[in-house]
Every structure is written in structure tokens, then in C-alpha cells.
Design a binder for this molecule. Sequence first.
Ligand code: NDP
Length: 301
Amino acid sequence: MSMTKTKEKKQGAQIIDGKALAAKLRTAIARHVEVLIGDHKVLPGLAVVLVGEDPASVVYVSNKKKAAAAAGIRSFEYNLPQNTSQDELLKLVQTLNREKNVHGILVQLPLPKQIDENTVLKTIDPAKDVDGLHIENIGRLMSGLPGLVPCTPLGCIALIKSVEKNLTGLHAVVVGRSSLVGKPVAQLLLRENCTVTICHSRTPQISSITRQADILVVAVGKEKMVKGDWVKPGAIVIDVGINRTAAGGLVGDVDFDEVSKVAGYITPVPGGAGPMTIACLLGNTVVAACRQNELTVPHIG
Ligand code: NDP
């Protein structure tokens, strides 16, 4: 890949359309679901557990359920009150672990403060952990073993590979080191043979590092933090951040107007990493359903 060449060819970045890519992926998943039902009598099932009524979580859960239905995946919905105890939630998770028709379990985060997230995550059967947050799946990702990989990082890699198939030798910089996004996306980039640098809140002079990135993934949660002069001309920029503005709109961690003048490729917010996250959740549910029924896991994408 020649970043300089890319930049010379055109003015401004090409937008990576996450909505369109996700729609394509969801169509492919729906076809796999048809085959699972038709040839193997397996109807993939996804249990979605929401505790409380956090407005953002309510929207995410509703979008996930709609997308599952559209792909032919059966969803099971559990809406628990805000004051649910940890024991009650753990009992539900244990029941879902045993339920044959449930192949994937998603407990929407964050959870109310009386519930310890790690205790809940480690109670989910790793084979049904479609969010990829169980410690066994984290270990599998680190060790390069098959497992379930967190959805947003999977989506980031698909977005990057939609514009550059071979990432070998490219310098990828990830800003953010959460277990949900930063760390797993860095592992996946490493798996693609990138040279990976991870930055976080204690990294001095971040812009001098991000400027060296052929691929820049930003998952921080700070509105428009990444400016135009933080980015190498021609770079692929994936903006994971979702920040609500005072006016009620959504913006990313990347200053889109500035960075799109410099980058080669950029994802918008909304319409980039968000839709891909949901599509990858459906993909993980199909993968989990195949494995639990000892069927060949399809290549989805
Ligand atoms: P976390 O809050 O868990 O992690 C944020 C990371 O950013 C931390 O590692 C933190 O560093 C780092 N950070 C904070 N401030 C700075 C700074 N000034 N400079 C550099 N690094 C900094 O967030 P998540 O990873 O869960 O999410 C990040 C963003 O992505 C959020 O906006 C979230 O809403 C969005 N998101 C979007 C998804 C989607 O589907 N599109 C899915 C998941 C998240 P440290 O570790 O040192 O504190």
C-alpha cells in the first residue's frame, strides 16, 4: 500500500461507509442463517439482557434485536429492573447457559452499581459469550486460538480491510486501551502482521505517535480529540468514539472536518464503527450456533 500515492491521487479522504458494509455483512449472515435452518434445523438464538433503563443502552439493545430479527436470528429479551440483585442476574445467566435454543448471551453494559460486571461476564458460558468479554475468550484472542472476539474490534478490522486487504508491515496506532475496544483491536491488528503501538491517557505527546500511523484506530470517548495535524497524509482512520453533543447529535473522537482533509480513508460517526459492531454481533451468534452444534463455522464477510 502506498499512502503517499493514495494522497497524490485525490483531495480529501474517501469515506468508509460502515452502514453499507454492515448491510452487506448482514445479508451474508442472513444467508448462513437460512442454511443453518434449512439444512441443519438449527435456528440461531441470541439472548439480550438489559438491566435498568439507561437511555443509550435501551437504544443499543433495541437496535441489536431488530438487526437479529432481520437476519432471521431469534432473539430472547430480558428486561430486568434497575434494582436487580447480582444473584438474580447470575441465576438468569446460568439458566441461559443451559438453554439449548440460546446460542449467544449478551448482557448489555454498563450494569447498575450493585452488580459486579466481571462476576457476570465470567459466569457467561464462554461458548455463548458473543461479546467476547469472558476471560477465556480474551485469553484465546491473546493466544491466537479460535474463540469469540469482541464485536467492535472485529468491525474495525473489517472496515480497514474493506479498503486495504494486506495490512502486513503497516504501522497501526490504537488510541485507547479498554478491554472492550483498544486492547482487542490491537491484538487483531497484530494478528494481521501490523506493527502496533497503543496510546492511552498517560501517553505523552500522543500526536507525535499518531502522526506515524498508517492505520489509526481511536477509541477514547473525547469529542473531536484527534485533529488534522495528528494524522499522517493518506492514513486509514477508524473513529470508534461516540460522543453526544450539547445539541443532541453524535460526534466521534476524530475531528472529521479537519482529518478528512488529510487522511486517505476515514469512517464517519455515526455510520462507521457502530453499524459494524451490530453486524459482527450477529456474525458471532452464527459462529456460536455452528460450534455448539458441531457444524463447520462459515467464513462470514
Ligand atoms: P473506556 O472509557 O473504557 O476507555 C477509554 C480509553 O481512552 C482508556 O484506555 C483511556 O486511557 C483512554 N483515554 C482517555 N482519555 C484519553 C486522552 N486524553 N488521551 C488518550 N487516551 C485517553 O472507553 P471504551 O473503549 O469503552 O469506548 C471508547 C469510545 O468508543 C467511547 O466513546 C464509546 O462510546 C465508544 N464505543 C463505540 C462503540 C461502537 O459500537 N461504535 C462500541 C464501544 C465503545 P486510560 O486507560 O489510561 O484511562
